[in-house]
Ligand binder design. Structure first.
Ligand SMILES: C[S@@+](CC[C@H](N)C(=O)[O-])C[C@H]1O[C@@H](n2cnc3c(N)ncnc32)[C@H](O)[C@@H]1O
Length: 328
């Protein structure tokens, strides 16, 4: 990626960083408030609401919007970058991505928020590889205006001390990087919870299958037979296997099984959801939003789930929604 960026920077030296982002990966900020049309016009409101029933979601939620794909009404999720942009507060002092790669997400946020707002925000890319840190540092230097800092970071031995000095609010997020680590250290949550600043943490990770206790049990037992049978089904191209007994949840379960199989095959993460559940039970965090398997860019077998959390400063309030395993 670094070589590609250097090539593009030489070839298109006058281009804004957004053009380089587009060439290197994507600039996916998506429309602001795509449900606005249905909310403001009474005569189409019920129509929009009924389309969103497939999710199910409301027009106010703003995460999904009514859409048409290949001739059929359906719901589509907004871009994760837009979702993250919406979490910026007037007192946001820093944005950090853990497992940031070359910080494609942070640079997209910077482009979306703009250089003026970003004057009072520090961007931190906390990344495992030197290559990722170096490429991001070069891109930041190319831009000249962004307050960007690269850090060496490992989910197995987390150290967020670079965030110690901040007051106000910190937006922290992860995107398909916890997936890479079979077991992350729970210390990440302890460290974020101990920061002086208010912390919002958004995970965008392919761990939706972890909300099914039966699949967690199969993974814990390393049930090779079970996972190989799913692998054979996928390899045969079977998208919707026939249910032995009619059950409306069957299609949903098959999709989750396929994702669990992919995670098992790749030796991907197993413990994010249990860390979240433990912290909730201990009243250390509050769940603001949860969107299981909302989209899959690139690989439908590795779909993204969103967990949006706030750290509780005084462990006194408990949020009312149960976050228990979905029994399958
Ligand atoms: C699929 S990439 C995603 C990168 C970035 N989050 C994005 O969305 O473009 C996975 C990232 O996880 C990082 N990663 C792998 N092992 C890690 C670890 N132990 N600690 C932190 N990051 C890790 C990789 O270096 C890589 O940047």
């Amino acid at each position: 990626m670094r070589k590609k960026f250097e090539l593009y920077a030489r070839k298109f030296p006058q281009d804004h960083i957004s053009a380089h982002l587009t060439r290197l990966r994507e600039l996916d900020i998506s429309r602001k408030d795509p449900c606005h049309f249905y909310r403001k016009r009474d005569f189409v409101q019920a129509f929009g609401v009924n389309i969103l029933n497939v999710v199910p979601h409301s027009l106010e939620g703003g995460f999904y919007y009514p859409n048409v794909i290949a001739g059929e009404y359906t719901a589509t999720a907004i871009s994760p970058i837009r979702y993250l942009m919406n979490q910026i507060r007037p007192d946001t002092a820093a944005i950090v991505e853990f497992g940031s790669g070359w910080s494609a997400n942070l640079f997209q946020l910077y482009v979306g928020l703009g250089a003026t707002v970003s004057r009072k925000i520090d961007y931190h890319g906390a990344e495992y590889t030197d290559e990722g840190q170096q490429t991001a540092t070069e891109m930041a230097a190319y831009d000249k205006n962004i307050n960007y800092y690269a850090h060496s970071f490992d989910y197995r031995k987390p150290d967020v001390s670079f965030l110690n000095g901040y007051g106000g609010h910190i937006l922290a997020f992860t995107r398909h990087s916890i997936e890479q680590v079979d077991e992350i250290s729970p210390l990440l949550y302890d460290q974020l919870g101990a920061l002086k600043a208010a912390v919002t943490l958004v995970h965008l990770e392919p761990v939706g299958w972890q909300t099914f206790s039966s699949l967690v049990a199969r993974r814990t037992a390393d049930d090779v037979e079970f996972f190989e049978a799913i692998g054979a089904r996928v390899a045969a191209g079977v998208v919707e296997p026939q249910a032995k007994t009619p059950d409306p949840k069957y299609k949903r379960m098959v999709q989750a099984e396929n994702a669990a199989w992919w995670s098992w095959r790749m030796n991907y993460n197993t413990n994010l959801f249990s860390i979240i559940s433990g912290n909730r039970r201990a009243n250390k965090i509050k769940m603001i939003a949860q969107e299981v398997d909302f989209a899959a860019i690139g690989n439908v077998l590795n779909p993204t789930t969103l967990f949006h959390l706030e750290f509780i400063k005084e462990p006194s309030t408990r949020d009312g929604h149960a976050l228990e395993h979905v029994s399958a």
